[in-house]
Design a protein around this ligand. Sequence first.
Ligand code: AMP
Ligand code: GLY
Length: 421
Amino acid sequence: MRVLVVGGGGREHALAWKIGQSPDVEKVYCAPGNAGTALVAENVAIAAEDIDGLIGFATENRIGLTVVGPEQPLVAGIVDRFKEAGLRAFGPDARAAEIEGSKVFCKNLLKKYGIPTGEYEVFTAADEAAAYVEGKSEPLVVKVDGLAAGKGVILCKNGAEARAAIDTIMRDKQFGEAGNHIVVEEFLEGHEVSVLAFTDGKTVLPLASAQDHKAAYDGDRGPNTGGMGAYSPALVLTPALSRQVTDEILVPTVRAMAEEGRPYHGLLYAGLMLTERGPEVLEYNARFGDPETQPLLMRMRSDIVPLFEACIDGQLAGRSIEWSGDTAVCVVMAAEGYPGTYEKGKVIEGIDEAGALPGVVVFHAGTQSHDGRVLTRGGRVLGVTALGTSPSEAIESAYRAVEKIRWEGMHYRKDIGRRGD
Ligand code: AMP
Ligand code: GLY
């Protein structure tokens, strides 16, 4: 079978790498891909948002399965359109992807079905939102309703900061239409974990646990990013907590979506806070996490392709996933200035040396090939990922590999994997 991976980040490199190991797969394509996916797949110069272009390519090249990485095409209905064209695509349809595409929809669903999440209010008018936060002294979180490339969540120390965030979103329209509605939410404290699960609309099959590091700098300081590193397993998620997450959060959510007439087929990503009250949902994503996918897929022993097929076909019941008992750590190497503005086109050296170390895979994110060299092309550039028999071994191995890589202005966190205790 031929498989097409849609997207061009570190997550898609990891997906293409894993899919290519399946005995059922004769060829992997990646659209648009990056310099790393070119090593494990054939890159196709079609943007992830160009649904017509992707349907044309998949039809012409008899693609048997398309796996969609990013949220934007999912929310825009790529899976619905592929289905209409007689093609098989892994991921939720547009109505199900709304669980990520609209934070208002997501919070209202959780509340309606009694699934644990922070208290919140929804606003469509700036003055009502401002009146609500007026005089509050506790921390609050202000969220843009629609997709905002991970930037639509503003953590506020008190009502005055929340007021400023409301003005930025609703009066200055910094997020455009996505900010027409906002959610003002209780600030939740605790350890944050990501739990990803396959689902076919009925059965839920969780992956191993993972933890992301969202802040730009060591010690969780600095601005939020898409993720500066991740590791798996997340030791804070004990087997008992893990069962609680499945029983009280994931299964009820999948049932709720079916009940709403939006059966969810694909990968459901729960962003959770382990609070004193128990695990609570911060948000849902309708896709694999980036960079969590890199360490997770390094640990996954099972063939991933039959799992994609089972989700599409409603055949997930009775399946399981085999995991390596090792720890995997992914250190993201980013361009100077990221998550703010950054330059592109810097020559990267040492990738091959790093990738030659035992148990190490260098997943590419924002890279491109040019005249036989690899250049930077995005904010998050590489995800250096290593397996180790213990957390400390995996961490040491990942950083030994990171130290072999250099380009002008690169930066990375030095404390990835040292949190979950
Ligand atoms: P989201 O895109 O909703 O996951 O938000 C991005 C990040 O903001 C999360 O990964 C958390 O670190 C943080 N965050 C979101 N909502 C809350 C909340 N209610 N309380 C505390 N932190 C939050
Ligand atoms: N690592 C966070 C995300 O994929 O949204």
